[in-house]
Every structure is written in structure tokens, then in C-alpha cells.
Design a protein around this ligand. Structure first.
Ligand code: GLV
Ligand code: GLV
Length: 321
């Protein structure tokens, strides 16, 4: 009997694919760095029962309409805004993500961005490597403190709570904003709920970890940056499109806020000549939130198990729908 066909849209470590290969014929886009071309993706989807996709793949209605055998799409990410969930439901295709296993790695990276931006780590490291360090100076590359400051977390999901745990270790005052209240986090972490604008006004570090939805799209707009302290640092490790980037550029240029640490952008990869990349008060990373070797392997294994289970007629471990 012919095995079901599964297509993986980016090169993943072979050892994470062993169990999937037992039950399926697996095709894989061979590049680690380059996204699969749309044409190839559509062609592969036509014959696949399962797709293992990246957040950079647009899994839309056109794809679902032309994938008659498709049963499951497993996204290698916790976010799934790149997938048309309604179209998947219409075609009765399961969609899965990789929550939980990436929570701590992503929180580590988010906290790194806070520290790197506040303490000017990237700028300082370049300064030394470029041979500019001539003498110790009392205010040489002096940044802002993180400890004992107020952090405002927008999007208090699992990653938001993990960032709050780290903030507690830095003796920070923790505010959060979320669609729903989180009584557990309030009790365990001393996190205090605030309306969005109150959080913006009171926080030294405003951290966006919200998923991208119609409600969060563009929520960090001109008014939002205006509401922040002039000394505030904005961190985005959620989704780029939660931000009006033009408004962010203006806020930074005009010292409406003090700095930004960004892992995500409206368009990824961000253009090399983007104004955000010309500002020394911006730390910009290439969407590496969950990118530790250990975590990426676990994400790949979980995505493979999800595909194998659905193809086998069982319930996925981490279904979205
Ligand atoms: C990364 O951004 C993810 O959603 O996992
Ligand atoms: C969302 O699902 C999160 O893990 O923050």
C-alpha cells in the first residue's frame, strides 16, 4: 500500500523526522534559509495529506481549494496568523501549532531584548569590535536600568507569563493587559491588570506578546506611542503587524519614546534600508524568538507527531482547529 504523502516546507533536522517517515512518504524543500516558492508549495499541496509549514508560508484559501487530500497542516510556530483558519475549517483540515515547548525559549529571547535594548549591549559590543574603545568613561554607553522598573506585558499568554516570571527575578513591577483577566498570574506573580492606555502610561518597558488578530492589528499606533513615557522602551516579540511601523519610526526619531527591541516586523525579512535599522536606539533581530537548537528540534518533533496522529485518524496533540 502506498504511504500517505507529507510535504515539509523547509529543511528540518533529519533526526526529528524519523517517526513521521515510518508512516509517510516525506518530501521536503531542501533549503534552510530560503522559503519554498509559492508555485512549488501549491503543487506539493495538491498531492499531500499533511503539510508541515513555517510562519513565513501563506496557507490561504487558494491552497486549501487546491489540496483535495489534505487532512492536516502543522505550523512550526505557536502563532498561526499565516493560516486561513476559516478556509481550513471549510475543508475540514486540522490545523496544529507548537505551544508550550517554546514558551521558555521565547521568554528568554524576549528578556534578552529588554536587557540588550536598555543596556545598549549590541551598540557596546560593536563599539569594542570596531576598535573605538579608547578609554573608560563614567557615562560611556550608559543605558537604562531594568531592575525595579515597571514592565507592561501586552498579551498575557503562556509566553507573557514566562516573561513575567523572569521580570519578578529582576524585582520589576509587573503590569499586564490581556483580553481576559489572569487571576493565577495575578496571585502567583503579583501581576496587576491595566487598561491598555493605563499600561502604556505607567510602563518603562512595554512588551508586545499578543497574537495577531483583527483586534491587535495596528494596536501600537501613533496614539499608543504618544501615551508612553518619553523614557519608555518598546519590545515586540509577538507579531510585527500589531505595530504601525511608520508611527514607531516617528516616535523613535522624535524622541517620543527612548528605544525599541524588535524580533518581528510587518514585512519579514525587513528591508535592509528600513529606517528602523538606521537608529542606534533600536535592537533588531531576525524573528528568532524560539530559535534554540533544543526547542526547534522539539517543535519539529511535535509538528511531526501531530501530522502522524491526524493521518492515523487520531486527535492531534496540539490542535488549533
Ligand atoms: C513564532 O513567532 C511563533 O509563533 O512560534
Ligand atoms: C500563546 O499561545 C502564548 O504561548 O503566549
Amino acid at each position: 500500500m502506498q504511504k500517505p504523502y507529507v510535504f515539509i516546507t523547509r529543511k528540518l533536522p533529519e533526526e526529528t523526522l524519523v517517526s513521521l517517515k515510518e508512516i509517510a512518504d516525506v518530501g521536503m524543500w531542501p533549503s534552510e534559509e530560503e522559503a519554498v516558492p509559492r508555485k512549488v508549495l501549491l503543487k506539493e499541496a495538491q498531492k499531500a495529506e499533511g503539510l508541515l509549514t513555517m510562519l513565513s508560508d501563506n496557507i490561504d484559501k487558494e491552497l486549501f481549494d487546491n489540496a483535495p487530500s489534505l487532512k492536516v497542516v502543522a505550523n512550526l510556530a505557536v502563532g498561526y496568523d499565516n493560516i486561513d483558519i476559516e478556509a481550513a475549517k471549510m475543508k475540514n483540515v486540522r490545523v496544529c501549532n507548537t505551544p508550550d515547548i517554546l514558551t521558555d525559549s521565547t521568554a528568554d529571547l524576549t528578556f534578552s531584548l529588554i536587557l540588550a535594548t536598555a543596556r545598549r549591549i549590541v551598540e557596546s559590543a560593536s563599539y569594542v569590535k570596531e576598535g573605538k574603545w579608547n578609554s573608560w568613561g563614567p557615562l560611556l554607553l550608559a543605558g537604562a536600568d531594568v531592575h525595579h522598573k515597571t514592565i507592561g506585558i501586552v498579551g498575557m499568554g503562556r509566553i507573557g507569563e514566562a516573561v513575567a516570571r523572569r521580570a519578578k527575578g529582576f524585582d520589576m513591577n509587573i503590569l499586564y493587559h490581556n483580553r481576559s483577566r489572569k487571576p493565577e498570574a495575578e496571585k502567583k506573580l503579583g501581576a496587576v491588570y491595566r487598561d491598555f492606555y493605563d499600561l502604556l502610561k505607567e510602563s518603562d518597558f512595554v512588551v508586545c506578546l499578543a497574537p495577531l488578530t483583527t483586534e491587535t492589528k495596528g494596536m501600537f499606533n501613533r496614539e499608543a506611542f504618544q501615551a508612553m513615557k518619553q523614557s519608555a522602551i518598546f519590545i515586540n516579540a509577538g507579531r510585527g503587524a500589531s505595530v504601525d511601523e511608520e508611527a514607531l519610526v516617528d516616535a523613535l526619531k522624535n524622541s517620543v519614546i527612548a528605544g525599541a527591541g524588535l524580533d518581528v516586523y510587518v514585512i519579514e525579512p525587513i528591508a535592509a534600508d528600513h529606517p528602523l535599522l538606521t537608529m542606534k536606539q533600536v535592537v533588531a533581530l531576525p524573528h528568532i524568538g524560539s530559535a534554540s537548537v533544543e526547542t526547534r528540534k522539539k517543535m519539529s518533533e511535535l509538528a511531526c507527531r501531530n501530522i502522524a496522529k491526524v493521518i492515523d485518524g487520531k486527535k492531534a496533540e496540539t490542535p488549533v482547529v
